[in-house]
Design a protein around this ligand. Structure first.
Ligand code: NAD
Length: 478
């Protein structure tokens, strides 16, 4: 049994800079998805916890919002240092609760959030927080207390993307992490105290969407909600917030496409597109899960994609070198298996994978890396967000057809284009209806805005635009 398999009973929430007992006696088990064992419990909080946390954030707001930009920059950097100096423990914690392989976890789940804080600190000095417009003085002021509600798939990353920007803007926050992967939030709380953030600036409650998330969204002292999660929950949250009304940003689901143009180097591009889809076992909102290829190359692409998927190393997330860990829960595994069965029923060709438990991993919520081709855009597996390691290959006739298929989705979060000619790829990227498009393997950039169009939501995170989301303008007219 590894350190992460030891049962840890957490009774606390983080309010006003202290760990205090939750008012609730109910507990939520946290399960290691690779071992199926309960590794910890956290409070299933209630309205009393929310009230205490919001009161602390409200009390901290006047002084935090009045701090200088320099103070906020130095505290953001101190928080970055605190996370980085504890990166090993945080990575182990996230591997234990999420099941993402350790190599990728250290990089994406721990290092990237720390870098994001530095990115927000870098962006702050140049922000137009005070501008003259003729004789008017235009201010960008912090909105107030912000509710931050996050999912399990990139748990610390999602929290920090929101919290870093909100704190940079001068807001105070109450976080409700996902009940499926909440343990990393305790590590964040420790880092907050280590960094010396004033008490009450960042508070954390634990529990489920109902009642804790809903109480937070509806709390009269909460002035804004920043949500990442499913489109279904996003709709509910936007509806609740509309009663106030208060602003909401929504980062929701996706069904993004990789377009491989007819001059791209298939031998190098197809394995990369497959790996891209399977990152975090396909549990990535921006995963490019539809691979669009010229119809004359489909058989070659099928061979390349199948061979790349069969080279994916599925195994224990704690073992270095593992590419594909388990899904988050038995429920999620069943959902993904059902989509695979639907793909078969609707007549897609299964190139590799399938709904059966992988033979080498009899325990844990694993799904075999699965690739379908002969998929058409009207099929369920081409339209629904599967959130598992399932790639669908769709053939197109020409560039216009590829763009039409890429945009034939109710989502608009991400996309990718590959071509031998950069300008040609960029021209296609401009016509994709989504919040971001990666061109020829372009790299993730903490200064670039992230967010969706259509049912993928609204609002942007990261960089200067991410900070401005947490401000409201005020005009002083003279
Ligand atoms: P989810 O919507 O079930 O839960 C997300 C969070 O919302 C959790 O903390 C949950 O407790 C809370 N919640 C649920 N119902 C609520 C309610 N009625 N009121 C308030 N809070 C509520 O999503 P999930 O299963 O945790 O995450 C998977 C989904 O998140 C996928 O659809 C994925 O695409 C999406 N996602 C989107 C992004 C993005 O940036 N666009 C990033 C990661 C995940």
């Amino acid at each position: 049994m590894s350190a992460t398999d030891v049962l840890r009973a957490h009774d606390d929430i983080f309010v006003g800079g202290s760990f205090i007992p939750s008012a609730s006696t109910e507990r939520i088990p946290v399960v290691n998805p690779a071992t199926e064992q309960v590794i910890a419990t956290v409070p299933a909080g209630g309205v009393a916890d929310v009230d205490a946390a919001v009161d602390a954030a409200h009390a901290a707001f006047p002084s935090w919002s009045a701090t200088s930009v320099e103070t906020r920059i130095s505290l953001l950097r101190a928080l970055q240092d605190a996370l980085q100096s504890n990166s090993g423990t945080i990575a182990d914690t996230i591997v234990g609760e999420l099941g993402m392989p350790i190599d990728a976890t250290s990089d994406v789940q721990v290092n990237d959030p720390a870098l994001m804080l530095g990115g927000y600190a870098d962006a702050l000095p140049a922000l137009p927080l005070e501008e003259r417009r003729n004789r008017a003085l235009v201010l960008r002021e912090p909105v107030g207390v912000v509710a931050v509600i996050t999912p399990w798939n990139y748990p610390l990353y999602q929290i920090v993307a929101k919290v870093g920007a909100a704190l940079a803007a001068g807001c105070t926050v109450v976080i409700k992490p996902s009940e499926l992967a909440p343990l990393n939030a305790y590590e964040l709380a420790r880092a907050v105290n280590h960094a010396g953030l004033p008490p009450g600036v960042l508070n954390i409650v634990m529990g489920r969407g109902t009642p804790v998330g809903e109480a937070l969204v509806s709390h009269p002292l909460v002035r804004m909600v920043s949500f990442t999660g499913s489109t279904l929950s996003g709709r509910r949250i936007a509806t609740l917030a509309a009663a106030a009304p208060k602003p909401v940003t929504l980062e929701l689901g996706g069904k993004s496409a990789t377009i491989v143009l007819d001059d791209a180097d298939l031998d190098s591009v197809i394995p990369r597109a497959v790996a891209d889809c399977f990152r975090n076992a396909g549990q990535t909102c921006s995963a490019r899960t539809r691979l669009l290829v010229p119809s004359r190359y489909v058989e070659r692409v099928a061979l390349l994609a199948r061979s790349a998927a069969e080279r994916v190393r599925l195994g224990a997330p704690t073992s270095p070198g593992t590419h594909l860990g388990p899904l988050i829960s038995a429920e999620q595994r069943e959902k993904v298996r059902a989509f695979i069965r639907t793909g078969l029923d609707e007549g897609a060709r299964l190139l590799t994978g399938g709904p059966e438990q992988p033979a080498r991993q009899p325990r844990g919520y694993y799904v075999r890396p699965t690739v379908f081709d002969r998929v058409t855009s009207d099929m369920t597996i081409a339209q629904e967000e599967i959130f598992g390691p399932v790639l669908v290959i769709i053939a197109y006739e020409d560039d216009d057809d590829a763009i039409r298929i890429a945009n034939d989705t109710r989502y608009g979060l991400s996309g990718a284009v590959w071509s031998a000619k950069q300008e040609r790829a960029i021209a296609v990227a401009r016509r994709i209806d989504s919040g971001e498009v990666y061109v020829n393997g372009g790299r993730f950039n903490i200064a670039a805005p992230f967010g969706g169009t259509k049912e993928s939501g609204y609002g942007r995170e990261l960089g200067p635009l991410g900070i401005l989301e947490f401000t409201q303008s005020k005009a002083i007219l003279t």
